[in-house]
Design a binder for this molecule. Structure first.
Ligand SMILES: Cc1cc2nc3c(=O)[nH]c(=O)nc-3n(C[C@H](O)[C@H](O)[C@H](O)COP(=O)(O)O)c2cc1C
Length: 209
């Protein structure tokens, strides 16, 4: 399952670039970076980060046989990925939703006003110098429909899988990554225009140079 905004303009992403770094080397050097330089991100790098962290890596006519870059309980895939571009070269600062089927970004807010973004930050204001903030949301119903209340934890676990993918990819692409534990959730929901009773943010990661 996945969400699409079929009426919105799309930005098709370029093919994801290969990293060419050994997995063990990447694992050994992974760490959190917070001193972002405000250097912008380009579309090619963004494409690699999205595709290899959460993209559709094998497409099958039978949707149940399609594969993604991370595991999901019962293949229910409750997560959605939004990217908030703060500094970009060939992509304008704005809010986008990842359409994994088309490997494209749906343009949700362009430009995004400072006044719309400011309320999402809590105390850790240095994340404002990152190039992009990945916002992972969960539509829990997709999972709980199958597993009941016991499945409530699965989307959080799955977000962790994507988070680790992003950390490792950032290391391999030689950019910095840091998880963000605290954001103003109500403001994030408002920015994304999502109903927190149906979909809500579960994990945030900042990536930059
Ligand atoms: C769920 C989660 C939330 C985190 N939240 C923050 C945060 O809000 N601010 C921050 O500076 N680091 C945050 N981190 C990064 C941790 O501080 C960091 O992983 C830890 O200090 C270990 O350092 P390392 O990642 O460099 O190995 C978070 C990490 C995780 C997994």
């Amino acid at each position: 399952m996945y969400k699409t905004y079929s009426r919105l303009e799309q930005l098709i992403l370029p093919p994801p670039p290969k990293c060419g770094v050994e997995l063990q080397t990447t694992l050994l050097s992974r760490k959190s970076y917070r001193n972002f330089s405000k250097k912008p991100i380009n579309l090619s790098l963004l494409s690699g980060l999205l595709y290899y962290s959460s993209g559709l890596t094998m497409v099958s006519k039978n949707p149940k046989e399609s594969r993604r870059a991370y595991p999901s309980a019962g293949a229910k895939y409750p997560l959605e990925i939004y990217v908030l571009i703060l500094q970009g070269i060939d992509i304008k600062p704005g809010l986008y939703h990842y359409d994994l089927c088309a490997h494209a970004l749906e343009i949700l807010l362009l430009p995004v006003l400072k006044s719309e973004v400011e309320p999402i930050w809590k105390s850790q204001r240095w994340f404002r110098s990152a190039a992009v903030i990945f916002i992972i949301t969960a539509i829990h119903k997709r999972t709980t429909e199958k597993y009941g209340p016991e499945g409530t934890i699965f989307p959080f676990i799955e977000a962790g899988h994507i988070g680790q993918n992003l950390y490792l990819l950032a290391q391999a692409y030689k950019v910095g990554c840091c998880a963000i534990g605290q954001m103003n959730e109500a403001s994030v929901c408002k920015l994304l225009d999502i109903n927190p009773n149906e979909e809500y943010p579960v994990y945030y990661l900042a990536i930059g140079n």
